[in-house]
Write a protein that binds this ligand. Sequence first.
Ligand SMILES: [Cu+2]
Length: 229
Amino acid sequence: MSKGGRLASSVGLVLVAFGLVVVAVATLLTPGTPGGVVDFTKAQPAGQPVNLTVQTVGAIGYGPHPTWVSYLVKSPSTGRWIHDTTWQLPAHTLVHVTVMQYDSGSPLRNQEWGQVQGTVGGTASLNGKSFSVYNSYTGNGVGHTFAVPAIGLSVPLIGVSGSATNVCGEAPCTQKFAHNKITFSFTTPGVGEYNWQCFVPCGLGWLYGNGGPMSTQNFMGGFLDVVKS
Ligand SMILES: [Cu+2]
């Protein structure tokens, strides 16, 4: 091979290597992978309310922890369910949240978690019916909460019947499976990073239920990445 040819092929190899690095980094930043962010800032015109749709499942059914409980979020751009709990939202903006809850529930360890707090009007709705507190000793109990401590937001996610025959076993779950639809609205605070989490110790098989999915990103907690609108 000529000197020029050798130079050209080594430059080519460097470019290929560079390309692979770029692809690897881009893959890491894609929603659904650790470090990903789901962008809700371009889903609607500036100043308009944001629609945020999530689902909670009793077992994600795939990946390194198939048996773990988890949240998933519906991509505002593709409509696909993705396993990523960091959501970028515009500041000082109304967010309409819909939670499709596919998991069962139980009585709460702390009854305060049964209260709806920090939402618009101090209420949420369960399958179309407004409520401000849920007695977890009734019905099917509470499966999870959606809470953003820094802004005083907390909403109980009521469980589906443990004896339902059509319990979803693998995410993403579709509405043919037993579920509860919980909706509520809140206003995002100013620019900042706000953690959100479930407060129901739902990490089955872990000490006091607080390990595993309760302490792992993209399962029972995440961040609201609030940016300038
Ligand atoms: Cu939970």
